[in-house]
Design a binder for this molecule. Structure first.
Ligand code: A2R
Length: 315
């Protein structure tokens, strides 16, 4: 039985990935969380780890001796990155180096997947859509810049130290349980609150014209599990649906799932200082490598996310 360690599993993706590895790939699953976070996963061993402390990373790896390591830990919010760039750089770059160095110093060679972001491509030009892995990176925000840097560092470590690592650039992933700082979760929460009568029937939105590539988180983790087993070392793979939707289209779909009569208003706080008009993934490299395609239709994910918020709002 292969052993997997998911670093940074108390966030949105971690539990979904743990379940995928356990149920569909029959791995022994270890997960890490920050000491102050709460996390219980029935079929996973839970460990405390702050990646800002390199010794802790090394100690945990030595204790578990995983075959596969998924590096998910990050300061992953674009808006927090604007407010706290220092923390974002520390966690996303220094923390990643701690993980890579701890792995490099082990007495054996586990395989590592570094999780990056479609935001790394930044200002994608019209003739570059859908964007492929060898495109220029022009990050438009601090979060994206740290993830682009993580990717470059991953490439350097893979070549210089012959490490068995691969990287992904994941586009917007969505699904039940996501924090409301992300657009789909935010919209679903607002609709659920309006339906429950705890918010006026007005929805506050940001830039509705931006086009983004949305994938259900369960499809995303399926790609991670396949890649770590069958992907090519030293390579970067886009993980996305391959189709960009305008935020307005997503909003309309969510509104169509509710009987409530809702007015739309722009909230200047939700407009980011720099926005990228279109982000859409070319997923042919991933498909060729492991045969992956997304299964879950957008409307199903939206329905389940809205239902999840309806349950959360009821408490
Ligand atoms: O920021 P928090 O308190 O939510 O904790 C996050 C955690 N984290 C850390 N873990 C260990 N040591 C640290 N110094 C540290 N700082 C933050 O990593 C959170 O629990 C987890 C990342 O989960 P999320 O932010 O929910 O990201 P998600 O959506 O699960 O995405 C996984 C990966 C991230 O690297 C994203 O940047 C990428 O996929 O899209």
């Amino acid at each position: 039985m292969k052993k997997a360690l998911i670093i940074g599993a108390a966030g949105f993706v971690g539990s979904y990935l743990a379940r995928e590895l356990w149920e569909n790939h029959h791995m022994e699953v270890h997960v890490s969380k920050l000491p102050q976070e709460k996390l219980r996963i029935e079929y996973a061993h839970v460990h405390d780890l702050d990646i800002l402390h390199k010794d802790e990373v090394a100690g945990l790896l030595y204790e578990i001796r995983p075959d596969y390591i998924f590096h998910l830990a990050a300061q992953s919010s674009v808006s927090i990155a604007w407010k706290n760039p220092g923390l974002t750089v520390d966690v996303n770059i220094k923390g990643c180096i701690h993980v890579l160095d701890a792995v490099r110093e082990l007495f054996y060679k586990p395989r590592i997947l570094l999780v990056g972001s479609g935001e790394e491509y930044g200002q994608i030009r019209a003739n570059e859509v859908p964007v492929a892995e060898d495109n220029h990176l022009r990050p438009g925000n601090l979060y994206a810049a740290t993830k682009a840097c993580q990717n470059m560092i991953g490439n350097i470590y893979a070549q210089a130290y012959d490490m068995d690592l691969l990287m992904v650039r994941s586009f917007n992933h969505i699904g039940p349980g996501q924090a409301p700082a992300f657009v789909v979760s935010d919209f679903c929460r607002q609709v659920a609150q309006i339906e429950a009568g705890i918010q006026q029937p007005v929805m506050y939105v940001g830039n509705l014209e931006a086009r983004r590539d949305f994938t259900d988180v369960r499809d995303v983790v399926r790609a991670y599990a396949l890649l770590i087993q069958r992907g090519q070392a030293g390579e970067t793979y886009n993980v996305g649906s391959g189709h960009a939707y305008a935020i307005r289209e997503v909003l309309d779909l969510i509104l169509s799932l509710s009987a409530a009569d809702i007015r739309i208003e722009t909230d200047p706080n939700k407009i980011r200082p720099v926005d990228v008009p279109v982000i859409e993934a070319d997923i042919s490299k991933l498909h060729q490598a492991v045969g992956w395609r997304p299964f879950l239709p957008l409307v199903q994910t939206l329905r389940e996310t809205l239902d999840d918020w309806r349950a959360r709002v009821k408490g």
